[in-house]
Design a protein around this ligand. Structure first.
Ligand code: ZN
Length: 620
């Protein structure tokens, strides 16, 4: 039962508005962004195409590569330089970084040719760090293309953040090829260095990649394997082509390995070359191992046209790793569940085991390491696969706004987990992790570049648990139908584009029809905390009046439940607009004597002090 409630005062809400950066104001004037949160009519972004040949030499822990990049200038600007990301240089001596890293020397670049002209290599060699600007001798006009050719090699670091190797038997190659930096409508060239904490932000494009490895090594990658007949046995090819949703197929088994039939026979030089193609992706990663087995199944989910879409699910793991026999089932569940936000847009999804302690995602592929229980394995698979939506579909800048991908991936993971593990209230666990540091020195506001979150592991709370909690609470305020509609609209509007926080906030306002500055500003831009408490409770005339006090710093709606000795429960939800004075009197009609009053009984909101959220007459 909902009842009107009396107001205890007349002060206005704090006028917290979301700040609009200058570059965003310019984008509104240029019509590349819009006040509705949708892309503007003049939105543009750059396009890249990579053709890469690479070789893994496991006995040297070395990767070499040669690439040709076609860079299409779709901006209205004339470009006078091209900016390259040399991310592997985070492992070079002297490179700035915010994580400890093994020193491998980084990229050994042996050739750069831009627009047909060789770039002096001392330029590349002299660059300390991960960003290299190459002046263009011929300016790149709007709608023109430039070709960049680069040859390189590097030593693969022992298992580290996001990529590396485990001994010389499992390799995961990310940040492994020189890339063209993003050029966008807000910042032009994005020159943020790769320091270790911030992940990546790249333009969308197409990749063809040939990976040469020793015979017997399995290779998995972003994209589709185009020459299965050349690298796999006939048995494995037929198993790979007969995957079904209802079962897990062992495409390459332990027995195949034991019998030396994990792959087709190697060529005369002892190698095989695996060819992959990936379309409309923002990066490309791959993995290889001499010990992997390969499982497969199929994910099915509704497509936009009402038909059933299908994607292959592949998992690669060493067979002695506990619970990995369930990895394909878990990955299928995650892809199907997250597809309710937006149909999974790629033809396959691959999960690799090993190398790093946690997980790290790239388009169509993720690495997941560490010994894990089934719940922990599902949780990290579900999280990494949620990244296929944030940021692989909604292509936000992970270095500037890590919460846009980590927060939403954690939020989606938490919604998916109880569907497979019903006893696990993952959203509540996430909220409790935020609450343990809320308002302390170990908290940093979420709206801060990922590399600047500060010490104490603040990045974890600020970009994962807190924003996931903020979205979970907003879903309780707006209701699942409105919230889910807004999040789906955000993905629709920004699929394969570059959204920023304002595009997300304003889409939520546009779809819900509500001003949400009061919500996003304090939660995302500050470390203020929520603390509602029960003040006076008075009963009479078949009604009870509950005074709720705002003892924290963030205005939020109030959910109050009154329980009586008849067993009845009455509930009211007071809109945030009703807050005026720091206290709100909520009147509910009840029958019987009040035995208990509870604020937010299901714990939808992150209240830092729950002790004052419960009242009973005995405690008086
Ligand atoms: Zn993540």
């Amino acid at each position: 039962m909902m009842h009107p409630f009396a107001l205890a005062g007349l002060l206005m809400l704090p006028a917290d508005t979301i700040p609009v950066p200058d570059a965003y104001r310019a984008a509104l004037l240029n019509d590349t962004r819009s006040r509705s949160g949708a892309p503007g009519g003049s939105y543009w972004q750059q396009r890249v195409a990579y053709d890469i040949r690479t070789r893994l030499i496991p006995e040297e822990n070395r990767v070499t590569g040669s690439e040709a990049i076609v860079y299409q200038n779709q901006s209205p600007d004339t470009l006078r330089e091209i900016v390259l990301n040399l991310a592997q240089n985070v492992f070079a001596p002297g490179s700035p970084r915010n994580r400890t890293a093994p020193i491998t020397g980084g990229f050994d670049v042996t050739r750069i040719v831009v627009q047909g002209r060789a770039v002096p290599l001392q330029r590349a060699a002299g660059s300390v760090g991960t960003v290299l600007s190459v002046p263009l001798t011929t300016p790149l006009l709007p709608r023109a293309s430039a070709v960049v050719e680069i040859d390189w090699g590097f030593l693969v670091p022992e298992g580290t953040f996001r990529m590396g190797r485990e001994a010389s038997e499992v390799f995961y190659l990310a940040q492994w090829y020189p890339q063209v930096a993003t050029y966008d409508d807000l910042r032009g060239w994005v020159r943020d260095p790769y320091l270790g904490d911030g992940e990546f932000y790249l333009d969308y494009g197409d990749f063809t990649v040939e990976v040469t490895v020793p015979g017997g090594w399995l290779v998995s990658a972003s994209g589709v394997l185009e020459n299965a007949d050349e690298v796999l046995t006939a048995d494995a090819v037929s198993r790979m082509r007969s995957l079904e949703r209802g079962r897990v197929t062992h495409i390459v088994t332990r027995r195949d390995r034991d019998e030396g039939r994990a792959t087709a026979p190697a060529g005369t030089d002892g190698t095989l070359t695996w060819r992959f193609a990936a379309h409309n992706v923002r990066d490309f990663a791959w993995g290889a191992s001499s010990r992997y087995v390969w499982d497969g199944t199929v994910a099915e989910y509704p497509a936009d046209d009402g038909t059933t879409a299908r994607s292959a699910i592949y998992t690669f793991y060493r067979p002695d790793k506990p619970n990995w026999g369930r990895s394909a089932e878990f990955a299928r569940h995650a892809i199907e569940t997250h597809s309710s936000w937006y149909p999974y847009p790629y033809p396959q999804m691959t999960v690799n085991e090993g190398v790093i302690g946690g997980g790290m995602e790239y388009p169509m592929i993720t690495i997941i390491g560490g010994g894990r229980t089934p719940l922990a394995l599902y949780g990290v698979i579900s999280h990494e696969l949620a990244h296929m939506w944030w940021p692989m579909v909604a292509g936000s800048d992970e270095r500037s706004h890590a919460w846009m991908d980590e927060g939403l991936a954690s939020f989606a993971e938490d919604l998916a987990t109880p569907l497979l593990f019903p006893e696990e209230d993952a959203g509540l666990s996430t909220m409790d992790r935020y609450l343990r540091v809320a308002g302390t020195d170990r908290e940093t506001e979420s709206m801060r570049p990922a590399d600047l979150y500060g010490p104490f592991g603040n990045r974890g709370i600020a970009s994962y648990q807190k924003p996931a909690t903020v979205f979970r609470a907003l879903r309780a305020i707006l209701g699942p139908a409105v919230f889910d509609g807004a999040l789906r609209a955000y993905l629709r509007r920004w699929a394969f584009k570059h959204p920023t926080p304002l595009d997300l906030f304003w889409t939520f306002e546009d779809v819900s029809g509500r001003d949400l500055d009061w919500y996003f500003q304090p939660w995302m831009y500050t470390t203020r905390v929520l603390d509602q408490g029960i003040g006076q409770v008075t009963q009479g005339d078949g009604a009870v009046t509950v005074v709720v006090e705002d003892r924290g710093e963030i205005p939020m709606p109030v959910i109050v439940e009154v329980r009586t000795d008849t067993g009845a429960r009455s509930r009211a939800m007071a809109d945030v607009r009703e807050w005026r004075s720091g206290a709100m009197a909520i009147r509910l009609e009840v029958s019987g004597a009040v035995t208990e009053v509870v604020l937010d009984p299901e714990r939808r909101f992150p209240d830092v002090n729950r002790a004052d959220n419960r009242w009973s007459p005995d405690a008086r």
